[in-house]
Design a protein around this ligand. Structure first.
Ligand code: SAH
Ligand code: SF4
Ligand code: F3S
Length: 474
């Protein structure tokens, strides 16, 4: 850390371990806040990988002596963990950071910090440096495990800290975790991505693919199960390539099997699967694992082979459909979801229609659909993109309409059937209803006691309005 390229750390400074930095920072904190524990507000943008990172940062904040608050106005420390995947995500961050300026003017010793994928881009860090002088600390995705050190140096005062160096270091294990939920847990099995899909910023901001050791993953899973969690979601940008080149020869299907053999009353999920690396071996492993939920998130992005090639996805429509058919064959009750990009540079309306025909053929449970957003530094951002945004929006609406019909048909077929759901929360409207999620990742609302949240129960579907399902406990 001491030789940080951007020169924030003086090189003759003694390097402490993160444990020692935690102690040093704790001492500063009790000096600075003698009356009551300071409060931290952490907000996360982006994918579950970012949520999992935030849970680790919160674990470290907890060790530093912070308590947590839901409002930035009452916080002594505000952290935004940011996402760079689309422009919209970045705009929201700038908006929300800007809104903190008057709060900070009122509360001078508030610490404002930004981290995550967006900060890992030098042009963004530069913009924060220049235009947001009230931000105290900026760190990228490679610096999460040295958070205690960054906090110590920030609390000590002086220069603002920018730590966005890309590092090729082994994965830091043993970082404390403060999980958001008591009954569902995120479990990262790998970091980074090697695929360089031409539209995607992730490989640039998350670095090369690195898998955690199976022993470390299993140890964390055991801890999660002992803590009472009912659902574990294994995370990675491309979980299907887990363990590639690993010495112990444990690939993803093997890892899934090992986790499925652990004792306890829990279910396993995983995301994201990549069609390029998704194998029949994996689908077989999933089918024979009684703890694996019958849900496969398998993004196809486009149903047209020319576009898939331009995206550098590494599979064809035919190969994708072959996988889907095999999954349905070995798991007839499988629920499949996907991600789609509309309006990739150079995509024609006819090519877009191949995407529409694919969703009609597969009948996905649900879709995450995005209009192409050019990301600085990616290949696709340099490609000619003649179709105007308004036209892409029309295609997008057409796609949504088609999917709504598919979902409505599926919902209708669910009426009268009984599903086991993990009860997650009260409904957003808080109208005495609870929301439960099936193994296939479909929500059902039903009347019930809040005490049931975090448990599995059987629910019968009684009504379907479009894709919204209502039911009753059996
Ligand atoms: N690793 C995962 C996806 C990570 S990003 C995978 O390969 O499937 C989540 C989704 O965001 C992607 O699947 C893609 O549909 C979308 N996405 C990524 N970059 C995008 C961009 N530049 N514009 C629009 N959507 C994008
Ligand atoms: Fe991005 Fe492709 Fe990697 Fe997914 S697999 S994170 S879309 S580069
Ligand atoms: Fe966003 Fe980074 Fe995830 S760019 S989608 S938070 S890996």
């Amino acid at each position: 850390m001491s030789e940080a390229k951007n020169g924030v750390f003086s090189s003759d400074e003694k390097a402490f371990s993160q444990k020692e930095y935690t102690e040093l920072a704790r001492a500063l904190i009790s000096e600075k806040y003698p009356e009551a524990a300071p409060k931290a507000f952490v907000h996360t943008y982006g994918c579950q990988g970012n949520v999992a990172d935030s849970e680790r940062i919160k674990g470290m904040l907890d060790e530093l002596g912070y308590e947590f608050t839901d409002s930035p106005e009452t916080a002594d420390f505000v952290l935004f963990n940011t996402c760079a995947v689309r422009e919209h995500a970045e705009d929201r961050v700038f908006g929300n950071v800007g809104a903190l300026k008057p709060v900070k003017t009122e509360k001078r010793d508030m610490i404002i910090a930004l981290c995550g994928c967006m900060m890992q881009q030098p042009h963004i860090a530069e913009k924060i440096k220049k235009s947001y002088p009230f931000v105290n600390l900026v760190f990228g995705t490679f610096a999460i495990s040295v958070f205690p050190e960054l906090m110590y140096k920030t609390l000590r005062g002086g220069k603002r800290i920018f730590e966005i160096t890309e590092k090729n270091e082994p994965i830091a294990e043993g970082v404390p975790v403060k999980r958001d939920s008591s009954f569902k847990a995120w479990l990262p099995i790998m970091y980074g991505c090697n695929n360089f899909c031409t539209y995607c910023i992730v490989p640039y901001v998350r670095g090369r693919e690195r898998s955690r050791k199976a022993d470390d993953i299993i140890a964390e899973a055991k801890e999660i199960i002992a803590g009472g969690a009912k659902e574990i979601t294994l995370l990675g940008q491309n979980v299907n390539s887990y363990g590639k080149n690993s010495e112990d020869g444990i690939n993803f299907p093997k890892l899934l099997k090992m986790l499925g053999e652990l004792d306890g009353d829990f279910k396993l999920r995983f995301m994201t699967s990549h069609p390029k690396d998704c194998t029949k071996e994996l689908l077989d492993a999933m089918a024979s694992c009684s703890k694996a939920d019958r849900h496969l998130h398998l993004p196809f992005q486009s149903g047209n082979n020319r576009v898939l090639k331009a995206m550098n996805r590494g599979y064809t429509r035919e190969k994708y459909l072959e996988l889907i058919n095999y999954a349905k064959e070995v798991m007839p009750d499988i629920s499949i979801t996907s991600d789609i990009i509309v309006g990739f540079p150079g995509e024609t309306y006819e090519e877009f229609l191949d995407t529409v025909s694919l969703i009609k053929e597969v009948k996905f449970t649900s879709l995450f659909t995005f209009i192409f957003s050019p990301r600085k530094g990616t290949k696709a951002a340099e490609m000619p993109d003649p179709v105007p945004y308004a036209e892409k929006s029309r295609w997008f609406t057409e796609l949504l309409r088609t999917q709504e019909q598919i979902a409505a048909e599926r919902s209708k077929k669910m009426i009268g059937k009984i599903y086991e759901v993990l009860i997650e929360s009260e409904t957003k409207e808080k109208n005495g209803l609870l929301t439960g999620r099936t193994g296939g990742n479909i929500n059902i609302d039903f009347p019930g006691d809040k005490e049931l949240i975090g448990t599995y129960r059987k629910v019968k579907v009684t009504e379907a309005k479009n894709w919204l399902l209502s039911g009753e406990l059996v």
